[in-house]
Design a protein around this ligand. Structure first.
Ligand code: GA4
Length: 329
């Protein structure tokens, strides 16, 4: 691995570029209202821990509005952006990810999302009059995505033949449920093309929550790891959403669903803007395999823990650490 040295900061790992055009065609694209959607969702979660939702009914205008607000924010002078930082854990961050030394070619805004997406208690700057258009775009977007999350989680329960359709969705509907929203900007870096390298935008990791819903502009960079450990590039699709299975859902299904390892490589040619809604349970919620997913005599593969305990442990780890490892039996 080559490292690019930046005298003012640490070092960001460079990765050899995947062959141009090597996009993975095997990611399931699911229309949630089509017949067989529940089974297709379950299969995608088992095989990849990742799938695309098409024909989702979320107006494109909501996505475009929020994207435009993100672009506007990231175009501000650095000193102005930094007034909303550092991200510990919420706010504006640049290059540094999390509290334990991870870095990447990315700048971002992180928000806490409470059960009422309108109240973003985490960031003072959202209360300022200048942020009112961002605040309203964010609220509308989050409200629509929460509905989508519930729909996806209900299909998962149906596909797993769990009688209570809300077995998963009630966790994110809870008043105390713990969500996070992230706007990421991966700036262009034209030199990379000539070097035939990619820069690590966001290093490999799994998401700790139940599911994450990702939408990006028409720029590539996201990769997921398949079961055999190989990395494949996810084609960009600004009209669709990608759903990630997170660690919590892997545990809730006793390992049947796969918490997908993913990363973002900055390719340098086009800047990438992504928006991700991470849906977590309430802090006091026990994260343990649902009785209905267990076969006869099947034991839980995990020690008992609450979401609050898991989240606290997650913040002591590095991005690429196997966070679930310490909770495996
Ligand atoms: C990964 C998923 C989400 O982006 C996130 C990340 C969080 C952060 O960026 O602050 C973490 C990372 C994520 C996992 C381990 C810890 C926490 C950085 C880090 C090293 C917002 C989240 O919930 O967990």
């Amino acid at each position: 691995m080559v490292v690019l040295t930046n005298p003012t900061l640490e070092q960001i790992p460079l990765v050899r570029s995947p062959k141009h055009g090597a996009y993975f065609g095997g990611i399931p694209a699911i229309d949630l209202s089509a017949p067989g959607a529940a089974e297709a969702v379950v299969k995608a979660c088992e095989d990849f821990g990742f799938f695309k939702v098409v024909d989702h009914g979320v107006p494109m205008e909501l996505m475009r509005r929020l994207e435009a607000e993100a672009v506007k924010f990231f175009a501000m002078p650095q000193a102005d952006k930094e007034k909303s930082g550092p991200a510990n854990p919420f706010g504006y961050g640049s290059k540094r990810i999390g509290p334990n030394g991870d870095i990447g070619w990315v700048e971002y805004l992180l928000f806490a999302v409470t059960s009422d997406p309108l109240s973003h208690t985490s960031m003072a700057f959202l209360e300022e009059p200048s942020a009112s258009s961002l605040r309203s775009a964010l609220s509308d977007y989050l409200r629509a995505l929460k509905k989508l999350a519930v729909q996806v989680l209900e299909l998962m329960a149906e596909g797993l033949k769990i009688e209570a359709r809300d077995a998963f969705s009630k966790l994110v509907m809870d008043e105390q449920s713990d969500g996070i929203f992230r706007l990421n900007h991966y700036p262009k870096f034209p030199l990379l093309e000539r070097l035939n390298c990619s820069l690590t935008g966001f290093g490999e990791h799994t998401d700790p929550q139940i599911i994450s819903i990702l939408r990006s502009n028409n720029s590539t960079g996201l990769q997921i790891a398949l079961k055999d450990g190989s990395w494949v590039s996810v084609p960009s699709d600004q009209a669709s959403f990608y759903i990630n299975v997170g660690d919590s859902l892997q545990v809730l299904t006793n390992g049947r669903f796969r918490s997908v390892k993913h990363r973002v490589l900055a390719n340098g040619i086009k800047s990438r803007v992504s928006m991700i809604y991470f849906l977590g349970a309430a802090a006091a919620e026990k994260i343990a395999p649902l009785a209905e997913v267990m076969g006869e005599g099947e034991q839980s593969k995990y020690k008992e823990f609450t979401w609050g305990e898991y989240k606290k442990a997650a913040y002591t780890t590095r991005l690429s650490d196997n966070r679930l490892g310490q909770f495996e039996k």
